[in-house]
Design a protein around this ligand. Sequence first.
Ligand SMILES: O=C(O)CCC(=O)C(=O)O
Ligand SMILES: [Fe+2]
Length: 413
Amino acid sequence: MSTATVAAAAGNYLSTPTLDAESSNLLQTISSHGGYAYVRMSTLAASGDFRAAEAAREMAWEQLHSGPWHSVLPAWRDAYSMACLHVAKFHYRNGEFKESLRVLDLGLIMGGVLLKKDLESAIEIVTAKSREKESEGFEKGPKCKFVEEGDEFDKEEVLRVLPEKSLSSKIVVKKSGLSLEGFLREHFLSGSPVIISDCMAHWPARTKWNDMDYLKRVAGDRTVPVEVGKNYLCQEWKQELITFSEFLVKIQSNDSSSAVPTYLAQHQLFDQINELRKDICIPDYCCAGGGELRSLNAWFGPAGTVTPLHHDPHHNILAQVVGKKYVRLYTSSVSEELYPYTETMLCNSSQVDLDNIDDGQFPKVHDLEFLDCILEEGEMLYIPPKWWHYVRSLTISFSVSFWWSNSESSDAS
Ligand SMILES: O=C(O)CCC(=O)C(=O)O
Ligand SMILES: [Fe+2]
C-alpha cells in the first residue's frame, strides 16, 4: 500500500462508513444463528459509544472462554473480532495507537475469519500512523545483536545442560546444496532426517532478525501469545498475551539458569505480522510429495527453552534463523517404548522427561537408539512425520517450522 493509499484509508477508518456496513452484515450472519445475545452484542458494538463497544467485547470474550476452544460457536469469534474493530476505532481516534493495535491483534489472535481482512487493513493503517508519530523523535542507536558471530561453545559446558547420552552416538547427517531430487530420493521417501546447510543465506531474516532494533521497529507494538513455564506438560505452565517489545526485554534479561523461560512457541506469527513474513522464503523442499503447506510457525525465545518429546503428523522443515538448538530424534517405530500419554489431547507427547528420566517408571527408554544434533544458525532440519523430537535452545534462538502434508495424507489436519 502506498503512503497516499494508507492516508486515504486512514481517513476512511476515522469516519468508518465501511465498518458499519460490515457490522450490519455480521449482524445478519450472527442473527442467523438465532441467539438473542449475539444480536444484542452486535448492536452494542456498532453503537457509537466506547463503553458499549467495550461491553460487547467483554461479552464475546466471556463466550470465548466459556468452554473448550473447539466448542465455541464460530459466530462468537466473529462477534469478538467485530467488537475489537469498534473498540480499536475509538482508541485510534484518540491517538492511542498502541492501544488500538493491541485490541486489533487480540481480534486477529482470538477472533474468527470473517473480519480478518478488516482487522489486517486496520492494523496497516494504525501502524502507519503510529510510526509517523514515533519517527518524529526517533534516533537510531547502535545495532544491538542477540547472538554475536563466533560465540563459540565449550562442548563440555553444553553437555552439562543436555539430556544424558547426548551427542555421543548417531549425529543427523548434514548435507550442503542438497537438490530437491536428492532430498526426495534420499530423505523424503525413506523418511530419514537430514540437516540441510547453505540454503537460507538469501533470507532477509538471516541478517534482520538478529537485530533487536529491527524487530522492535516492525513488531514492537504488536501483541503475541507466549508460553511461560518449564514446558507445556508442567503444572505451572501458562500462556500470556504481551507485546513483542515486552517479550524482547524478557528475552534479553533472561538468565538461562532461572527456571521460567518465556517462549513464543508454535505461533503463526507470519499470518499476523506481514513484514516478518516478507523476511522468510518457503523452502522448495516443502513441495516434495505434491504436498500442501499446513502451517508456518515461529519459535522464538531465550536460551534454555525446552519443547518436550513429542511427534507431529506432518513433514517438517525446522529452519534455524538465529542462534542454536539441540534436537534429539527417535524414529516412529519406537513409539511404544516412549510411553505416550493416553489422553487424546496429549497422545502425541511422551510421558518421559528426557532431562530427568525416571528409569523405574520408564525402563525401556534408556537403551533406545536416537539421532541428535546441534542445529546451527542458517541450517534446516528435516523431521519426517511421526518422528519423535525433543528440542532445547542453547542460545537466544529464533526458528521457523514449515509443516506440510502429502495431498493424499489421511492425517493432515
Ligand atoms: O523448536 C522447538 O522448540 C520445537 C519445534 C517443533 O516441535 C516443531 O517444529 O514441530
Ligand atoms: Fe514438533
